[in-house]
Write a new protein. Sequence first.
Length: 439
Amino acid sequence: MGPNGNMDRRRFLSSTAGLGLAGLAAAQTGHGQEPAKLAINGGEKAVTLSSKQPPRFGEPEKVQLDAMIQQDTLFYWKGPQTTAFTERFQQIGGHTHVMTCSSGTAALHIAVGAAGIGPGDEVITAPITDVGTIIGVIYQQGVPVFADLGAGTYNLDPAGVERRITPKTKAIIAVHLGGNPCDMDALRKIADAHGLILIEDCAQAWGAQYRGRPIGTVGDIACWSLQNSKHITCGDGGVVASNHESFGPKIQQYGDKGFNRISGVFESFSTNYRMSETQAAVAAGQLTRLEGIVAARARLGNLLTEKIAGAPGITPHEVHPEDRCVYWFYMLRVDSTKLKCSRDEFHKALSAEGVGCSPGYIPTTVHKSPVFQNHAFFNGPWPVKLAGLTDMDYTKQETPEAEAILKTSVRVVITESMPEEQILQTAEAIRKVAAYYSV
Ligand SMILES: *Cc1c(COP(=O)(O)O)cnc(C)c1O
């Protein structure tokens, strides 16, 4: 097939034989047997619709902010906005202990602090995540250990986690990447069998559900981010929550300089990660929008999966049928052995069809980034290594599936304001490009 998309009838039929009728129709133009000419080659765009995000802030936030202006303090402790946020938050997962804080990174640092992670303790986590998952582990002088991921879920592979367990392992941080719940039953089982603390990073998973249960309720401690890019936001902010009888009461102090505001003494050592009433007011308003946002994303993401099923060389985002994935992003994988194009060529062609998409996610797995490769965490030698508490060498830690995911995936934008028809067009674009490049 030439660059202009022409190929003879026999070749076209053989290349689309595995597509089924729907794929065949999508791969055809309206006039005959030729595959549709790609937009990148001057053909018609498959996606003609676009959607504009409605304003993210409005009446619910204004109501809280107006109430806040009447207060004579903007401090979190017993603050009405913090209380309003906390109560609304507790309606989702029923957590007994909740601490608002300044970021998702802060939430995770608070969690590992409250969990008692100390010098040399190993914490197993995912190599594809925001670095905020890991920063707190290093600040507590723990040692992040990276386990490999599932090829289609992009989440921790429980067998990979088990292989990384050593006598020094103390905790697992499960990251629900893209809003897709991890296999929590398997991770819980591993944690219980080895006496490990299970922490959930729900930063990308607001409103997600694992087997019908709210995300963040299987682990011992769970963390969320309210940073601007997340489903709901107050610009920057975070939440830590727990039902655990010993870790739960500690999350407040670990977010507040180690100060127990009930006993009035400094019981722990930590930094100041408090959230102000201003942030809590906006976040409390945002929580009223959450269900609408995540229900729409869950529906649209699942629809996309349904409509691209069977497209040659394409693996849809793998979600367990009993879970609710909230698609902070939708990520598919491109199999270059089944397509005559590279991932980057696929992405360019898909983008030209009018699909909002980008290749991969983070540029490298977290431990392949320079600061990890150089173990340069504290402007000098890594204290735990200097003290002989670890022999970790990130230049030797391998997570081949995670590397492959970053090199072979395309992220497709899904927003709650997209009309269903735009998702159908997006699916058509994916099928069109896949059919064109199909071997
Ligand atoms: C955003 C994010 C964080 C960090 O949150 P911040 O609020 O940006 O500090 C941590 N983990 C994951 C998975 C995230 O997406």
